[in-house]
Structures are given as C-alpha cells and as structure tokens.
Design a protein around this ligand. Structure first.
Ligand code: ATP
Length: 446
C-alpha cells in the first residue's frame, strides 16, 4: 500500500482529523481559541503519555547510567542570569511597517503575512524594519507584589533544572561519570512566530537528557549520543527516509555550544528541527559554580585531577515528536472509489491498541465481547464498539490510529477464536483470548 506523499493540505487534513478523533483541540475554543495554544484530547493525551513512557524507558529504565529528575518550572531568577538566557536568549525580530505584523527575521520563509496568509512576508513584499533582538523568556512575579525585585521566569528549557541538581543527583544516586540525568517537562518561550499546529508553540514539553563526561571524551560521547538518538526514531517506527542530520554552522551555534547537530524531519511545510544533540562543554556547570561558589568539580579514583564535567545534551520536543508521529502515520488510500484515511501509528505508541467488535448485536456476541474486553483491558488499552456495520467500525478505528481490530463472529461461539485484523497488512488471524493478550504484548512492548 503506497504511502501518501506529503502535500500542502496534509496539515489541514491532519488538524481536522485531530479534532474529529479527539487528538488535539484548539485551546479555549469556546472563547475563540488562543493563538498557538492547543489541548490534547482523550486520544492525544494517551498518545503523548505513551510517547513519554517510550522515551523514558529508552533513556532511563533500560540503562544503568541515567537517572530521572522532575524539577520545578519556576526557578531562582539568578539561574537565568547565570545561564546567559536573560542576556542572550533572543531571536531577531522584524516588524512590517504596513500591516504591523511581527516576524522572526531568521524564519521569514516559513512565516505568513496576515494580509495574505498564502504568502511569506518576502513573497508579499512586506516593508520590514531592521532586525531587533527579542528575549523569548516569559516573565511573571512571585508573590503578591508586582515589582522588579520579584520577577521570575517561566523556564525556557528544562536543562537548567538538571544542572542545578547535578550535585544532588550525583550524591544521592552515587553515579560515577560518565552518567546522565533525564527529564520530561514543560518549557515556555514567547515565540515571535509560533505556528504549524503543535510544531512551534509558546508552551510545550521537552524530553531532555544531559550526559556528564570527562572533557577529553566529548567527541566520542557526542558521536555515541547522535547514534543513540537516531536509533530511537527507528525504534519509534518513523520513516527514516524523512529524517536527516543538520550540522550547526558557526553563526548558528547557541551561546553555550561547541558543536550541535539537529535531527530534522521532512514535514509537509519543509525540513525542520525535531531534536538537537549539543556539546555544551563545561559552560553550564562552570557558570553555576562561579555564581554560587558550590564546587561542581568531579573526582574519583580513576582520574588524577579534578575536573568540571562536560555535558552532551539530547533535547527533543515532546509535542514536536508527537506531530512527527501523526504526520508520518497519516495515509490516504482509495478503496472502491472512496478515499479512506489510515493513521498508521505504531502499536508502541497508539492510544488504543485494539478494538473489540462483536459482528452483530445478538446471538450472545455482545456478551462474549464484553467478557473478552474485561480480560484484555487488564493488560492493554482497548475499545469496545458495537454500533454500525462492521466495515464502518473498521474504518473508524483505522482513522483513529488503532492497529488491531478483534471481531467476535459465529465461529467464536463454537471454538472461542476471534479474528484479529492488522490495520496495515489487512491480514486476519484467528486467536483465543490468551493468545490475543500475548500477541498485543509483543506488538506493544517489542
Ligand atoms: P527552533 O530553532 O525551532 O526555534 P531551537 O533550536 O531553539 O528550535 P532547542 O532550544 O534546541 O530548539 O530546543 C530543543 C527542542 O525543543 C527542539 O528540537 C524542539 O523539538 C523543541 N522546541 C523548541 N522550541 C519549541 C517550540 N516553540 N514549540 C515546540 N517545541 C519546541
């Protein structure tokens, strides 16, 4: 079955499918929505949870050298001065003198002029000002008094929560270098031009891992983590032909980085960053050490001298990976003159692993199906659907991203077997309840 090529209207179709099937809704929709803010519906929440669990398992549970962390979003404001974010976390911004719209100067091609949304500001001939720097951090005030003395920031990356806890984690876990700290959590950036659905938003979640190493081993660990992160997307079932590496040139490198590579995906709106792998050197720990006078140097019997660890960072956007999964899974197939949509999500992350469908509403089939449901649901998220022709029910589940449909028919009542239909191969096999549970275990957990 040929995969549908990405086209410009794929995004529109995907946004509408996400709404229809309960994946993603516009935030505060009944109030007209809030720009660049989205809510995950029942299916989206489940998909996001599965994705985070998958990342967490790969990055922590399946390894001995990475510990988890869940740091607060609000941090001491001095952290962001020390990290360089107050001074340097800027994007270049330009204004259009005619329509007054504001754009990110380095992303003009992917921006849209509000007067002519089909065109970029360049194509539309906008009259743009010189670029000015705009700080991306959201500010708020801690406590009941709004003054300059109690300004705090919504974290623009989760990484700093890891750096300030380096000593705590090292001492409490007794890990030895090389080791890493992983964290999943919200980050906030006052993006100048958010857009492309959940690709660039102002509130988003990151899945970050910071790996602490000896400074002389940075190149080798950098390569190791590039490889690991590439393999991660393969395991996740992403079409690898749509992924590529992009190396940051001199002008592109963030203020803390010695080397950086992005994993880019070919979205319907072009090649864009999905994840960054960065060599942050000892920049962060040295700066925090200098600011706090807490000794972040490392020493154990294997090293002659103390050193401030270097850090290799892997930083992925959770929402952006979720969008990648959806874009990658979206497929349209012509069947008997009708365009059918398939969301070919891998069973590893699919919100619902199987649908249980009694063929008819009589002859004891619904009762049998309910018993199977009760059994399978102890192990996997399954869905029961008894309404409508079985063909329509299959179609609904295919579009909703459900990988397997289990049908109870006349033969089931005789020999306790059910047909298990694979969404992608359309193959049907007969299995008993216990076999179905084992089959789903293998499909979901690998
Ligand atoms: P960009 O160049 O797209 O603004 P960045 O280079 O600033 O991204 P990083 O700071 O490296 O991004 O952040 C790490 C990851 O966090 C990105 O690869 C992306 O997946 C995610 N991310 C960053 N900004 C956003 C955002 N505004 N919305 C959604 N995800 C984001």
């Amino acid at each position: 079955m040929a995969k549908q090529k990405n086209t410009n209207d794929t995004m529109e179709k995907l946004v509408s499918l996400c709404k229809r099937r309960g994946y993603v809704f516009p935030s505060s929709e009944i109030y007209g929505g809030l720009i660049s803010c989205w809510d995950y519906g029942p299916m989206g929440a489940e998909l996001k949870r599965n994705l985070k669990n998958f990342w967490w398992n790969e990055m922590t549970n399946r390894r001995d050298d990475i510990e988890g962390l869940d740091a607060a979003i609000l941090m001491h404001p001095q952290v962001w001065h020390t990290s360089g974010h107050v001074e340097l976390f800027n994007d270049p911004m330009v204004d259009c003198k005619k329509c007054k719209a504001r754009f990110r100067a380095d992303k003009l091609e992917e921006s849209r002029c509000p007067e002519k949304p089909s065109k970029s500001p360049i194509e539309h001939g906008c009259d743009l000002t010189e670029a000015k720097n705009f700080n991306l951090m959201f500010k708020t005030h801690m406590g009941p008094i709004e003054s300059d003395d109690n300004v705090i920031y919504m974290r623009p990356e989760t990484a700093q929560g890891i750096y300030v806890n380096f000593l705590n984690v090292k001492n409490s876990s007794r890990q030895k270098i090389p080791f890493g700290i992983a964290q999943i959590g919200k980050a906030f950036r006052n993006e100048i031009t958010p857009g492309n659905f959940i690709f660039r938003t102002r509130e988003f979640e990151q899945m970050e891992m910071q790996f602490f190493i000896h400074p002389t081993e940075d190149d080798q660990w950098f390569e190791y983590w590039r490889e690991q992160r590439w393999e991660f997307y393969k395991k996740l079932g992403i079409n690898m032909e749509k992924l590529r590496w992009h190396e940051h040139g001199e002008g592109e490198l963030a203020h803390y980085a010695k080397a950086a590579y992005d994993i880019e995906y070919e979205y319907p709106f072009g090649w864009q960053e999905l994840e960054g792998v960065h060599n942050r050197t000892d920049f962060d720990l040295s700066r925090h050490m200098e600011a706090t006078r807490k000794n972040m140097e490392y020493k154990d019997e294997r090293y002659e001298e103390k050193f401030v660890p270097y850090i290799i960072e892997t930083s992925a956007g959770c929402d952006r990976t979720l969008l990648t999964l959806l874009v990658d899974a979206y497929d349209e197939v012509e069947i008997k003159g009708e365009t059918r949509v398939f969301l070919r999500l891998s069973p590893k992350v699919a919100p619902i692993k199987a649908a249980i469908l009694p063929l008819v509403k009589k002859d004891g089939m619904p009762e049998y199906a309910e018993k199977v449901l009760a059994e399978v649901k102890k192990h996997h998220k399954v869905f029961y659907d008894v309404s409508g022709a079985v063909g329509r029910r299959y179609a609904r589940m295919d579009e909703a991203g459900c990988p397997f449909c289990i049908t109870i028919d006349g033969q089931t009542l005789e020999d306790d077997t059910m047909t298990v239909r694979d969404r992608d191969t359309m193959e049907q096999k007969r299995m008993k309840t216990a076999e179905i549970i084992d089959f789903l275990d293998v499909q979901v957990n690998g």
